[in-house]
Design a binder for this molecule. Structure first.
Ligand SMILES: Cc1cc2nc3c(=O)[nH]c(=O)nc-3n(C[C@H](O)[C@H](O)[C@H](O)COP(=O)(O)OP(=O)(O)OC[C@H]3O[C@@H](n4cnc5c(N)ncnc54)[C@H](O)[C@@H]3O)c2cc1C
Length: 398
């Protein structure tokens, strides 16, 4: 590790790895630091990603794909199931990754492109010069040191602190921070080619439970509920235990993780002088699904491209870096985030009887393609009692 770089990337998840790779390929000297001793562990993820989305970044490789998904099922509180086949569900089905290997592959590619990589190296404060971020104070294997850089990319995940230290407001309202618990379970009867989502206020109030296969009789089984509902006796892990006891009584838990997923709007600004914020740290998780791997890679790549141009031009001011902020916000991904935020706000307020009514109508529809807009149009046609709320949602989305 040197003392000065063009770019310092904080965090070795998908956002940081793609940012480091992109910037290194564009010719910058790059250092990526990761506070954990190993890239990719522990995995705090259900590991699902759409096939086409993944292929935008990397060719699928069996070394890090645990399951190839062909269908999805959404199960309403009363058990009504909506079945979606691959051609209908698009990016709602895809691959279940093995992120322990996948994240390492991405960081390995960044290293191959020329980026330095330092694990067990934690950023503890930004280095500030005349109001601009110029690197970070780090603790590397127990020793404190400074790493100077023309620009820093904060890719430090949902628990991100770096952007806040540098003056960006990163607060997430408690009700918009999903509290998640997940077991890797084995010896359970599952459809190994189907991702299943369970809705209902008893199962996961204002959230959902998921079963994402990792092979025959093995799956990530998890639950997410808003942080504001996470209380004694009703913590995410309690809901998960109740769900598992009912759905998979004979199953064995071989791994247990807890973690947060933000389902708020993205940060109101993702750049400052010398700083760009990407991935979960920028709050760009899809508010409906809680999926963030693709958006992390998308923002990481864009930040890497923009910073390469800014460093070459000798201008890493906030104004220059704004290209990144404007770029992702006006992209398809950015527009989807805004739309899905409104969709999420609508769905979390539905009662179980309303969810059942919706599922019953959808279950009988032959949707050519399962898109949110197609769904809402059908619902408006079929649910006169909910017409008013649904129409309001449709108008706000169009
Ligand atoms: C239970 C659960 C299930 C999920 N399921 C899915 C799913 O199925 N599909 C999907 O698309 N998304 C899912 N997500 C979300 C997904 O995991 C994230 O969106 C994705 O990992 C974001 O990537 P990232 O690179 O922004 O952050 P991360 O992957 O979190 O990486 C951030 C990295 O920064 C490091 N770091 C933090 N602070 C510092 C510091 N100060 N110094 C150095 N390093 C630091 C961390 O150790 C970490 O390695 C899930 C999340 C959870 C919690």
């Amino acid at each position: 590790m040197k003392t000065n770089y063009d770019l310092l990337v904080i965090g070795g998840g998908p956002a940081g790895a793609i940012a480091a790779k992109t910037a290194a390929e564009a010719g910058l000297s790059v250092c990526l630091i990761e506070k954990r001793p190993a890239i990719g562990t522990p995995v705090r993820c259900a590991e699902g990603i759409g096939k086409d989305l993944l292929k935008e970044f990397i060719e699928p490789d069996e070394r890090w794909i645990s399951a190839d998904i062909e269908r999805a099922k959404i199960i309403a509180p009363n058990g009504t199931a909506i079945h979606l086949e691959q051609d209908q569900a698009g990016n709602e089905v895809g691959y279940i990754l093995d992120r322990k290997v996948f994240d390492r592959e991405l960081v390995w590619q960044a290293a191959e492109a020329g980026s330095d990589v330092a694990v067990k190296t934690r950023a503890v404060a930004p280095i500030m010069e005349r109001g601009a971020v110029k690197g970070a104070r780090v603790i590397s294997c127990g020793a404190a040191r400074n790493i100077g850089a023309d620009a820093v990319i904060a890719a430090d995940g949902v628990e991100s602190k770096f952007a806040r230290w540098a003056g960006i407001d990163t607060t997430v309202p408690l009700r918009e921070m999903m509290s998640c618990a997940q077991y890797l379970m084995t010896d359970i009867p599952i459809d190994p080619a189907s991702t299943d989502f369970y809705l209902g206020n008893e199962i996961a109030p204002q959230g959902y439970a998921w079963v994402f296969p990792k092979g025959e009789r093995t799956a990530n089984v998890g639950i997410g509920i808003p942080g504001s509902k996470n209380r004694d006796g009703g913590r995410a892990r309690d809901y998960l235990d109740r769900f598992v006891a009912k759905a998979f009584p004979g199953g064995k838990v071989i791994e247990c993780i807890v973690g947060g997923v933000s389902v708020c709007r993205p940060l109101s600004c993702t750049v400052a002088d010398g700083l760009m914020v990407v991935g979960d740290a920028a709050r760009v998780v899809d508010p409906v699904t809680g999926g963030g791997i693709y958006n992390a890679m998308f923002t990481g790549r864009l930040a890497g491209t923009v910073v390469a141009a800014c460093v070459s031009a000798g201008d890493c001011s906030k104004d220059a870096l704004m290209q990144y902020d404007e770029g992702w916000r006006t992209s398809h991904m950015g527009r989807l985030l805004e739309r899905n935020y409104k969709v999420k706000e609508f769905f979390i307020n539905l009662s179980d009887p309303q969810l059942n009514a919706l599922a019953e109508s959808i279950a009988s529809i032959d949707l050519h393609e399962f898109t949110v807009m197609a769904l809402i149009k059908e619902l408006i046609k079929r649910n006169p009692k909910m017409l008013f709320e649904l129409k309001g949602l449709k108008d706000s989305l169009s």
